[in-house]
Design a protein around this ligand. Structure first.
Ligand code: HEC
Ligand code: HEC
Ligand code: HEC
Ligand code: HEC
Ligand code: HEC
Ligand code: HEC
Length: 617
């Protein structure tokens, strides 16, 4: 098999693998298909599909500006592929967004219900308009092959300059406004990334990335179709990329120094410092050094290496800014689910397939590659019966791809996450008072299945008025025997009990950042003012469930930890093993489909002895 064929088979297989997962996402929702949560709502899809997709498309406006505005005609050879990449990049962004939006069918709302104050509004409109411009810019290329479209083509070609200018305007606006998006979340983004300069940094790095991307593409398709890449031309881009990335490095360093955040980069114990260095070294420092060496600048392997490193680094920057660097506050790590990774890969694969299709069908490069499907010497070799069995080589190619897709899709079902938990998507509700007021019926997700809990009897047995602190924390602001579900908001997921954004917002507590984060110091958990200094209500010592962080574990976990820990201890002391058994609290069998409480880990050894959790069901 030739290279193009192998690659296409691989791409189809990736799409096949992701197809069942993608369906699951739309049938069962984001909760079932991703590791996103209320605490970490932005993850790989925003960082990679959207932010990186847009940045990778930057080559389009840079090359059109070079050729049509600055009139550097010799770069004409790379205009078409660059515009095509930009177009496909933006289509991929739109598709990726449909996966990430909770209610994708409402995407048209943006057109009708205007909210001009929202950065997302600007981003949305820019994407739409730019996509239209790119379509019109690229259309003349396929139109060449259809004589009936000749008139349209001529008109579009005449419109080229205005289109190019509109494209440049829209994409500069848009590249930078993706940075502005993060200006409104200073308390989410780690100080190494948060900066008032974000829009500028995004624009500058996108320009660098665009230049590297054009280089990468030329070499890649050169390798794939054994075509001579434009090495000579591309060294011009390499030089330009070197200066742009150098500017980016200087801006980034100056910005960190000016904000006093430079020290955060040297906190070895913080993993965020490591990913920061990773993106700086690969995304800027190494490419700048490499592209300054004439030997690298003018050779094929050199250009290819420098471009790949730079692309990796800047894409990492977008992933960090878009999700990873938000993680500090929650202290709950987010790693993309396999399904998220698969869907991202499939979106890229689909774009790549369209790209290859366009290259093979139309005059995207100056010279079209030999038709790789008509490769009589190397028919697809996978079937033992012989190539004739599959028909002509072109048909054989299609058969091969379909087989790849279907076989991979069969495997894809293996990656489906467990069936959506019965609870997800339900509003957790506080215990319902039932049966005369003193017995609570605890049923957090209102699925009808719950636990009877003799509240007042427990309180009495455990010491009357003094007992409350054994189960209610009472050491968090506003926690005076509150319903547990006020903070343990999700049935199985942790949720944030300290509403940080609310404290700083004018609609909430109206506090300036400096009220809690001393001036001149980094804004970190360790340096923030303690809750007690403003909230006098937390009761001091004596409570049994301490609160050190603000990430409240899921409702079931909290209940189990509370109820079973004490029951296990009592069971051991009083020799009443039945106290800690499931059946003591859960009458009848558990309804099917509920996850076993695997997340519950016994705190004391006593509990571990009495309740062998995994064997009990
Ligand atoms: C000391 C009491 C107690 C014991 C012992 C106990 N649980 Fe629970 N469990 C609870 C409470 C309280 C809830 C919360 C009920 C609710 O919100 O529906 C709960 C919830 C659950 C849920 C989720 C129910 C739902 O509606 O989604 C499952 C599943 C569960 N427990 C399994 C077990 C298993 C298995 C065991 C034995 C290993 C066990 N529990 C032992 C008190 C207990
Ligand atoms: C054995 C543990 C335990 C003890 C001791 C205890 N509580 Fe509770 N309390 C609970 C649980 C569990 C709930 C259920 C809350 C929920 O699911 O939201 C509850 C609920 C409540 C509620 C109802 C909250 C609501 O709106 O749903 C009040 C009020 C309350 N407790 C007050 C007290 C007081 C006052 C004391 C001390 C005299 C006390 N509790 C002692 C465990 C306990
Ligand atoms: C005001 C918010 C708030 C309320 C109300 C609240 N919790 Fe919590 N809870 C938290 C937070 C935050 C944590 C995490 C503490 C930590 O890890 O430092 C926590 C942790 C816990 C833990 C420890 C879990 C573990 O893994 O060690 C238990 C048990 C618990 N809560 C039970 C309850 C029960 C039972 C109620 C209701 C009677 C309740 N909580 C009400 C905020 C709250
Ligand atoms: C009510 C006090 C308060 C106010 C007001 C406040 N913060 Fe915070 N901030 C905190 C606390 C407490 C933490 C640690 C929270 C945690 O660990 O969950 C924190 C954490 C942070 C972090 C995360 C650091 C990390 O480790 O990831 C950043 C960034 C931050 N704040 C920025 C801001 C900015 C910007 C403002 C103003 C818009 C602000 N904060 C207003 C109390 C506050
Ligand atoms: C600089 C002072 C300040 C600090 C520090 C502070 N708060 Fe607050 N908090 C406020 C003010 C002001 C309000 C709003 C006034 C009110 O309702 O009491 C508020 C309201 C709240 C509320 C009720 C509103 C809501 O979110 O439901 C909670 C809960 C709360 N704070 C939790 C915390 C926790 C947890 C911490 C520590 C991480 C903390 N606060 C630190 C000033 C502060
Ligand atoms: C601090 C300790 C403690 C906690 C926390 C606790 N229990 Fe108990 N529970 C007891 C004791 C002690 C008994 C009585 C044992 C005996 O029979 O002497 C008991 C008995 C029970 C019984 C048996 C029926 C009865 O009322 O005698 C049930 C059911 C029960 N608890 C449910 C729960 C549930 C549900 C929770 C969590 C919401 C919980 N318990 C939390 C200590 C605790």
């Amino acid at each position: 098999m030739n290279r193009a064929r192998k690659l296409k088979l691989l791409l189809w297989a990736i799409i096949g693998l992701a197809a069942p997962v993608a369906m699951a996402r739309f049938f069962f929702g984001l909760g079932a298909a991703t590791n996103l949560s209320d605490a970490n709502p932005w993850g790989l899809w925003i960082g990679f599909d959207v932010l990186s997709g847009v940045a990778l498309a930057a080559g389009g406006f840079i090359v059109t500006a070079t050729v049509y505005i600055f009139r550097l005609e010799r770069y004409h050879a790379v205009v078409r592929p660059a515009v095509l990449t930009a177009f496909l990049g933006y289509v991929a962004v739109a598709v990726g967004l449909l996966f990430d939006l909770g209610l994708p069918w409402n995407i048209w709302h943006m057109l009708v219900f205007w909210n001009p104050r929202s950065p997302l509004f600007e981003v949305g409109w820019c994407v739409m308009l730019y996509l239209t411009v790119l379509t019109l810019e690229f259309l003349p290329v396929p139109a060449e092959s259809f004589p009936r479209l000749a008139k349209v083509r001529v008109r579009l070609v005449r419109l080229r300059l205005p289109l190019v200018i509109a494209g440049i305007g829209l994409s500069t606006l848009h590249q930078s406004s993706l940075g502005s998006l993060f200006l409104i979340m200073p308390y989410r983004l780690h100080p190494l990334w948060y900066s008032p300069l974000l829009p500028v940094l995004f624009l500058v790095s996108a320009i660098g990335l665009g230049l590297l991307m054009v280089t990468f593409e030329s070499h890649f398709s050169g390798w794939l179709y054994r075509r001579q890449p434009e090495t000579q031309l591309l060294s011009g881009f390499g030089k330009a990329a070197r200066w742009v990335l150098l500017l980016y490095l200087v801006l980034r360093a100056a910005d960190l120094a000016a904000r006093g955040a430079l020290s955060a980069a040297f906190v070895i114990s913080d993993w965020r410092a490591w990913i920061f260095w990773l993106e700086i070294i690969f995304g800027a420092a190494l490419p700048v050094v490499l592209l300054s060496l004439p030997r690298v600048l003018s050779t094929r392997p050199g250009q290819w290496t420098a471009a790949s490193l730079g692309i990796f680094g800047i894409v990492l920057n977008r992933i960090n800014t878009g999700g990873l660097a938000h993680l500090g506050r929650g202290e709950r790590f987010y790693l993309p689910a396999l399904s998220e990774v698969l869907i991202s890969m499939a979106v890229v694969s689909a774009a790549a397939l369209v790209f290859l299709f366009m290259i093979e069908r139309f005059n995207v490069w100056e010279r079209r590659p030999e038709d790789p499907e008509a490769d009589p010497l190397h028919p697809p070799a996978f079937d033992p019966v012989g190539a004739t069995w599959l028909g002509s080589p072109a048909v054989a190619g299609r058969t091969l791809y379909s087989m790849g897709f279907v076989a991979a899709a069969a495997f894809g079902f293996a990656f489906l996450a467990a069936p959506p938990e019965a609870s997800q998507g339900f509003e957790p509700a506080p215990a319902r008072r039932a049966l005369g007021g003193e017995i609570l019926f605890i049923d957090g997700n209102r699925n009808g299945y719950g636990t009877r809990f003799a509240h007042d009897q427990h309180a009495e047995r455990l010491g009357g008025k003094a007992s409350c602190g054994r189960c209610h924390h009472a050491n968090l602001p506003r926690d005076r025997n509150s319903a547990c579900a006020e903070c343990h908001r999700d049935m199985y997921q942790a949720s944030d009990a300290f509403r940080h954004a609310w404290h700083a917002s004018p609609a909430g507590a109206r506090l300036a950042c400096a009220e809690c984060h001393p001036r001149g110091q980094l804004r970190l958990a360790s340096t923030a003012k303690r809750c007690e200094s403003c909230h006098k209500d937390p009761k001091p010592a004596g409570v049994v469930i301490p609160v050190k962080r603000y990430q409240a574990p899921g409702y079931v976990l909290a209940m189990h930890t509370l109820c079973i820990d004490c029951h296990a201890q009592t069971a051991a002391q009083k020799d009443k093993p039945e106290l800690a058994r499931c059946a003591n609290c859960h009458q009848g069998t558990l309804p099917p489909g509920l996850p076993a409480p695997a997340a519950w880990r016994p705190r004391s050894d006593a509990a571990r002895v009495v309740v062998p959790i995994r064997n009990q069901r």
